[in-house]
Design a protein around this ligand. Structure first.
Ligand code: 16G
Ligand code: MG
Length: 550
């Protein structure tokens, strides 16, 4: 006779049947597709989250319902590990099998996970649930909860949260509050307490051209709502004006960090005056970019690389002032602008590591340093501090034999640790970190932007028969297949100044991505197009090859 949990799980699944024509994959950012085909997936993710919680002896697991920067009609779901990290790779595979299992196979897929992971079905389970502002998220959350309950899991439904807020809640809860209180107020209090103290310490002589005014593009998403709450705790220290707050426009439509980065222009809804500091979040507020309109109305983007170098440079300065030796590293991907890499190594003296695209790769690499700053150029990033860091900082703060200057620098670093959401890139926390540093330096956005000048660059997509024929190595900077492609790229790159180019199969779209940078925009455009033509030629391109700029 089937166990009662199994009967209950299977009968729930039959209420949310999976259609044979749909297939799903738990990719780098969870399941993500059209919202109207996600119901069976949400139910099964409910089952998976309970199993994961049981597998980690009842620690709390998080489930976030969002499709981030995708259009409003899409949705998605991702699972958060007990310390706030992303789901383990092995469990991504289980998630995909569960989501795709035919109803009559569901029992064996569940039994397989239980036996491989040696799960005690008597163990209690707990899941934290949150969602973004998509209209479809409400009913999808109900289906998810049905899945959790069918395996007798406990749950807390936080309703609307940003993705990083949910990651934070999960970590706080599993570390018995040592990371902070697992409430939304606890989140704002932790961040704004650290922010206020750092602001007092940094003093800001008011002589520079720093302005506390920020024009925010909330992507018509959850970040806009959360910033309004943050403002109550900031008590006027920042003057944040929220645009695209969801009151009229659609989520991510002509707004949001992805729009601004790809279109290289401000959202049309925003009235951007020259030199005004602007910030754009994505739909679930785990990405942030800054921008402004420079002289002559030229759009200027300060992306993840600019943010990362600002933060890494600040940490480096404080470590030097405090006389503390820690291994500090900046983790980038091949997309990082060559100027940012050059600036970090030559001017800031911060070592660089490069990983494959995808947040989890950067996150893992950052864990190899005592202080690991990681950012993708698209604006997703944070800082990780190894467990040895806080005791080292506390020692300096308390050492009476050290100078006041050293202790002060260590205290600032200690506060910075509290200001950063280490679980995942967090647009709100990153904004507070950037504003702290700009205030300390008394920089306006133009001064910050001039720390280095991005090399002109171009990205293109090439459609090919099967993008899996493109294989890469060296953190995606070189191709190993198809034969002859890498040598062709090398030859083309050699014809331009300060040039670099790479190609990689996209993880989220059926295309091959081409990146090129060079000393001028014309050169970067030409190089990207020529590399694109080579990809088309050597990897069985579909449709027309990229055309060369005229
Ligand atoms: C996903 C990744 C993002 C990466 C992007 C690349 C996460 C949470 N998200 O959105 O980090 O930059 O994919 O897309 O890992 P691509 O493979 O299509 O270029
Ligand atoms: Mg996002």
């Amino acid at each position: 006779m089937a166990s009662s949990w199994l009967t209950s799980a299977l009968s729930g699944a039959s209420r949310h049947p999976k259609r044979p024509e749909h297939s799903y994959s738990y990719g780098t950012a969870g399941f993500r597709t059209k919202a109207d085909i996600l119901e069976p997936v949400l139910y099964r993710v409910g089952l998976l989250a309970v199993l994961r919680s049981k597998a980690v002896k009842g620690s709390t697991i998080g489930v976030m319902i969002t499709a981030s920067h995708n259009p409003e009609a899409d949705n998605g779901v991702k699972v958060v590990e007990p310390m706030g990290d992303m789901l383990l790779a092995q469990w991504e595979t289980y998630a995909t099998s569960l989501a795709n299992a035919r109803e009559d196979d569901l029992e064996s897929v569940l039994q397989d996970i239980i036996s491989k992971e040696n799960i005690d079905m008597e163990q209690s389970a707990n899941v934290f649930v949150a969602r973004d502002t998509r209209p479809s998220s409400v009913s999808l959350a109900e289906v998810l909860i049905e899945g959790i309950q069918s395996l007798s899991g406990q749950y807390v439904n936080y309703g609307l949260l940003s993705t990083p807020q949910l990651h934070y809640m999960v970590r706080c809860h599993n570390t018995q509050g040592s990371y902070g209180k697992s409430t939304e107020t606890g989140y704002y209090e932790k961040l704004t307490n650290a922010f206020t103290k750092l602001r007092q310490k940094n003093g800001g002589n008011g002589k520079g051209s720093y302005s506390n005014q920020i024009l925010l593009d909330g992507a018509n998403g959850v970040g806009a709502l959360k910033v309004e709450q943050l403002k109550e705790h900031l008590k006027g220290q920042l003057d944040i004006i929220v645009n695209n707050d969801g009151s009229k426009g659609k989520l991510n439509e002509e707004c949001g960090a992805d729009y601004v980065k790809i279109q290289q222009r401000p959202p049309p809804e925003m009235d951007v005056k020259p030199e005004t500091k602007c910030v754009s979040f994505d739909g679930d507020a785990d990405r942030i970019v800054y921008f402004y309109m420079g002289k002559g109305g030229k759009f200027k983007l300060l992306d993840g690389d600019k943010i990362a170098t600002l933060i890494a440079g600040y940490i480096q300065e404080l470590l030097t002032e405090a006389g503390i030796q820690l291994t500090l590293g900046l983790i980038q991907t091949a997309y990082a602008n060559g100027s940012s890499t050059h600036y970090a190594t030559k001017m800031l003296n911060v070592p660089i590591a490069c990983t494959r695209t995808g947040v989890k790769h950067l996150h893992h690499k950052a864990q190899e340093f005592e202080v690991g700053v990681y950012f993708e150029a698209n604006g997703h990033g944070t800082v990780l501090f190894s467990p040895s860091v806080i005791p080292k900082l506390d020692d300096v703060c308390q050492d009476k034999s050290l100078s006041a200057g050293k202790k002060e620098a260590a205290t600032k670093l200690r506060l910075l640790v509290d200001l950063i959401n280490e679980t995942v890139g967090d647009a709100i926390s990153d904004l507070l970190v950037v504003e702290t540093i700009l205030y300390q330096k008394q920089w306006n956005i133009e001064e910050w932007n001039s720390s280095y000048t991005d090399l002109p660059n171009r990205q293109l997509k090439v459609k090919v028969k099967d993008r899996a024929v493109i294989q890469t190595t060296d953190a995606e900077r070189k191709t190993t297949s198809p034969a002859g492609l890498q040598s062709a790229i090398d030859e083309l790159v050699a014809q331009y100044n300060k040039a670099r180019s790479f190609v990689r199969p996209s993880g989220t779209e059926d295309v091959v991505r081409v990146y090129a940078e060079a000393d001028t925009q014309i050169a970067a455009d030409e190089l990207a197009a020529k590399v694109g033509v080579k990809v088309h030629e050597l990897a069985q391109g579909v449709g027309d090859p990229p055309s060369l700029p005229s």
